[in-house]
Structure formats: C-alpha cells, structure tokens
Design a binder for this molecule. Structure first.
Ligand code: BT5
Length: 326
C-alpha cells in the first residue's frame, strides 16, 4: 500500500508540475484507477496539493513542509549515520528517546527525528524550543574513545552542521565554542551531547542537533528571539529541510571515523569555521564567571583562555559570550 503511494508521488514529481493521467499511473503500477485515486487522497491527507482534471490526470500544486522517511533515505548514501532512521511527528525529546533506545541496543548511526518536541532540552536543564518547520534530531554513536575525548564529538557535530548549512543554504554559518552555530552573529543551531559511560570508556553517545530552519522567529519568546535567527530569515527563502538534514548526516558520516583517532582533522576544520578564537570572551562555567582572550583549542576540544594576569586556563565546559572589543 505504502509503496504504491510513494511510487505515485515519484511519478508525479518527475513530471515537474505537469499532469500524469490516472490511466498511466494505474498501468505503470499495475493497480486499478480507483486505487490510484485512493493513494492520491492519501497524499492530500499528508498535505500535498493535487489538482485532478478529468481529461488530463493529476498534478502536484503544493508540497507540504513535512519530512518523509523515503525522501530522507533517497540518495543519502551514508555508511554508518542513518543506517536506521526513525521519524516521529512529536516526542518529548529526541535525545531522551535516543538515550533510551541506545541503552536497549539501538545500532550505531541510528537517527531519531521529530517534527516537534514538547520537552526539547538544552544544556544544564535549559529548554530548546522546538516548533514545526525546524530540524530536531539525535544520532546514536558508539565510538571507541576514552571518555575524556567525548567533547571532540560535539566539535565534530558542530563542524558537520556548519559545513552543511554553508553548502545547502549558502549562508556563512560559524561555530561558537562549544555547541552553538551562528549566522550573522545569531544562534541558528545548538548541539547537546549526552553520554553513557563506564569509568574509562564511552558506552554510547547521543548527539542531539536542533536547527532553526523555517519557523517564524516570533515563535521564540522575547529574550531568546533577539539572539536567534532562522536559516530562512538569513537566506531570504524557505529552506528544503530534507536536503539540509541529508547533508548534515553526510557530513557527520564522512568525519565519524579515522580522524577521530586523533581528532586532528576535525580540530583543524573547527578552527576554520569558528568565531571564538582570537576574541575576548566571558565564560560562565560551573559556579564562576571570568574573562580572557580565547587563544586556542587543545587536542581534547577544550578552550584555552589567556587570563588578564597572563595565566592560561583550559575550559572543558561553559557558556561563552563574545565581548565587543573595547
Ligand atoms: C543548546 O543548549 O543549544 C542545545 C540544543 C540542542 C537541541 C537538540 S534538538 C534535538 C535534541 N533533542 C533535545 O531535546 N535536544 C537536542 P544551550 O546552549 O543550553 O542553549 C539553550 C538556550 O538557547 C535556551 O536557554 C534559550 O535561551 C535558547 N534557545 C532555546 N530554544 C532556541 C531555539 N529554538 N533557537 C535559538 N535559541 C534557542
């Protein structure tokens, strides 16, 4: 049943807005014209606009901004990331679900996507607002890495997201340490990495990614709205979320391997894409706030900050505010 609907959609799409007769669809699929009509209704229920003209057939007039599993899988061509993909209309948090699924044995590279989240999570108990029109997904990883190297996976995720945004949306995405992607100085994406570990080995990691794509900005509350933006707002047009998601998965897939042994390649890409190094920053970490110059990143992904007294600090976690030059 489901397969026929997908095939009808493929045939209608390939006519690029032209009509395809009910007869042709029925013959190609080997089903009755009544069945064709039922599947057309099914596509309309999904939000497709389909015009039916008796002498000419059917044509697509509108495509919903909804993710579809077949579209995500088509042409993805990844080795590990996305070998299993789950798509949900709504969940509390894809990260929470992915952590549960990972502990029950979900394979490495499993991807969980939700159109909306009712309890989207940021770091440190903060909330991630997750309306329709954006991307919210989590990837299960089982890296053979010691726990202290886990932050490299967040950096790898940030490099993948920034690169994918640059390629598919033609906007200059940049990384702010540790987990933000900015466009024009405003946050457009955040990453949340959660881990289950033994004392010295990672059991599994979930890399959660939220991207503000096509939502109206006023869905974010005042206080958040001013520091955020969407890819649609920056590109001046709605973005094809499927293409962006596929590209992020490909960028993750191509980096999640050898380079992680040393992290060196990911770190050098990260340096190219980041907007933190060389800036004066204020860091708020657990129980303290301090300022300094963000001078470098070490091989474990820690930020190296030069304090005003000349001392150096390696920061493993915290919130960074880039200070204006004085
Ligand atoms: C983050 O936290 O930036 C991590 C966000 C990770 C979200 C993904 S979505 C898929 C997966 N499943 C989850 O449940 N989470 C992950 P943090 O750096 O703590 O930033 C959180 C702060 O960003 C909030 O306190 C708000 O100020 C702001 N914020 C919330 N929603 C936002 C949005 N949609 N766009 C921009 N900023 C937002």
């Amino acid at each position: 049943m489901y397969k026929y609907k997908e095939k009808i959609l493929t045939l209608l799409r390939s006519s690029r807005g032209g009509f395809v007769s009910g007869e042709e669809l029925a013959t190609k699929l080997g089903i009755s014209r009544t069945m064709v009509w039922k599947h057309i209704k099914g596509l309309e229920d999904e939000g497709f606009g389909i015009e039916a003209v008796p002498s000419q057939g059917y044509r697509i007039t509108a495509t919903p901004d909804l993710l579809r599993l077949d579209d995500i899988r088509r042409g993805l061509k990844t080795r590990t990331i996305g070998r299993e993909i789950h798509l949900y209309p709504e969940v509390a948090s894809t990260n929470t679900l992915a952590m549960e699924m990972a502990s029950r044995g979900a394979p490495e590279g499993a991807v969980l996507i939700a159109e909306t989240q009712t309890g989207g999570k940021g770091r440190l108990g903060r909330k991630w607002i997750s309306p329709k029109g954006n991307l919210h997904f989590s990837v299960v990883l089982r890296p053979n890495l010691p726990t202290h190297k886990a932050p490299l996976l967040t950096l790898m995720g940030a490099v993948a997201v920034a690169s994918a945004i640059r390629k598919t949306c033609s906007v200059q995405a940049a990384i702010k340490w540790p987990n933000d992607i900015l466009v024009a100085g405003k946050k457009v994406s955040g990453l949340l990495t959660e881990m289950s570990a033994e004392p010295d080995r990672i059991r599994h990691i979930v890399l959660g990614i939220g991207v503000d794509v096509n939502m109206p900005l006023d869905l974010l509350p005042p206080g958040v709205r001013e520091t955020a933006t969407t890819l649609a707002a920056e590109a001046g047009k709605n973005i094809d979320r499927t293409m962006l998601l596929q590209q992020i998965l490909r960028e993750l897939d191509s980096r999640y391997r050898g380079p992680l042994e040393s992290g060196a390649e990911v770190l050098s890409e990260w340096k190219e894409l980041n907007v933190t190094l060389g800036k004066r920053v204020s860091i708020s970490g657990p129980g303290e706030v301090f300022e300094g110059l963000a001078q470098g990143i070490d091989h474990e992904g820690r930020l190296i900050v030069r304090l005003d007294d000349g001392g150096l600090r390696q920061v493993a976690a915290g919130d960074v505010t880039i200070l204006k030059k004085t």
